[in-house]
Design a protein around this ligand. Structure first.
Ligand code: AMP
Length: 272
């Protein structure tokens, strides 16, 4: 991988990079197409990163199908699909980690201790191996996008980070490899995440600004759907992720909800 990137860079080409955990859906493909527009060559990595999963999470059962992914990436015109073995990324002697301390604290960071340390570490490793000038991240993982941008600033990396809007199913459900965990009945309930985001935007248009009031209504709405369990419903500053008490300017509404065994996330920027 390093030899390829070095050669391509020497020829003056710009490398665009899309890191993923595979099991592609239209969201992944949209990121790849965006990278193709912005760069000369596109590298996509598939790596289910063990160090970003908690001990009770779904590392072992995370869906994997490299052959299907390879066909889909080829159709989009990806130049390199990079899928390193876990033992090569983390040999037994491995002992160096990257931590973006503040932005990793709230939301998913609070619910998944060590998650963003695992994400930042693997993304820096992948950046060092792939040497991209540009990398595309989905805004579905909004906190991850902020964490990576902060790491790039703090560690003086020469990679431009591009955020791509959330790609949704027709009924609004944000695409995710984890949607494959949903039974048909759970899939129906899973629509409530996107519907909750829309409900919040509607209430705000009606003039409701008080976050505890909004939160209570959204939680009640979500829990009215079978199989749901709320991990968090948070309103925060879209840059610092600090909690806000009133929606008086652009505010990030971030949700994490279990639907059956699938932990789903979604978010939107609310505009008063
Ligand atoms: P994953 O394979 O789930 O780790 O995702 C790889 C990249 O695709 C990340 O940058 C995600 O934010 C992005 N992504 C995943 N799902 C979506 C989606 N529905 N819309 C936009 N980007 C997405």
């Amino acid at each position: 991988m390093k030899a390829w990137s070095e050669r391509v860079r020497r020829e003056g080409a710009r490398i665009g990079f899309v890191p993923t955990m595979g099991y592609f859906h239209e969201g992944h493909l949209a990121l790849m197409r965006r990278a193709k527009e912005l760069a000369d060559k596109v590298v996509v990595s598939i790596f289910v990163n063990p160090i970003q999963f908690g001990p009770k999470e779904d590392f072992k059962t995370y869906p994997r199908d490299l052959e299907r992914d390879a066909r889909m990436a080829e159709e989009v015109g990806v130049d390199v699909l990079f899928s390193p073995p876990v033992e090569e990324m983390y040999p037994p002697s491995f002992q160096t980690f990257v931590e973006v301390t503040e932005l990793s604290k709230p939301l998913c960071g609070a619910k998944r201790p060590g998650h963003f340390r695992g994400v930042a570490t693997v993304v820096l490793k992948l950046f060092n191996i792939v040497s991209p000038q540009l990398a595309v991240f989905g805004l579905k993982d909004y906190q991850q996008y902020l964490v990576i941008k902060q790491m790039v600033r703090d560690l003086n990396l020469d990679v431009e980070i591009v955020g791509h809007p959330i790609v949704r199913e027709e009924d609004g459900l944000a695409m995710s490899s984890r949607n494959t965990y949903l039974s048909p009945a759970e899939r129906q309930s899973a629509r409530c995440l996107y519907q909750a985001l829309c409900l919040a935007q509607k209430r705000i248009k009606e003039g409701v600004q008080d976050v505890p009031v909004l939160k209570e209504e959204l939680e009640r709405f979500i829990l009215a759907h079978p199989f749901t369990k709320i991990d968090y419903v948070e309103f925060c500053d879209p840059e610092t992720l600090a909690p806000v008490a009133r929606v008086e300017q652009e505010t990030l509404l971030a949700l994490a909800v279990f639907v059956g065994r699938a932990r789903l996330i979604d978010n939107t920027i609310l505009k008063p």
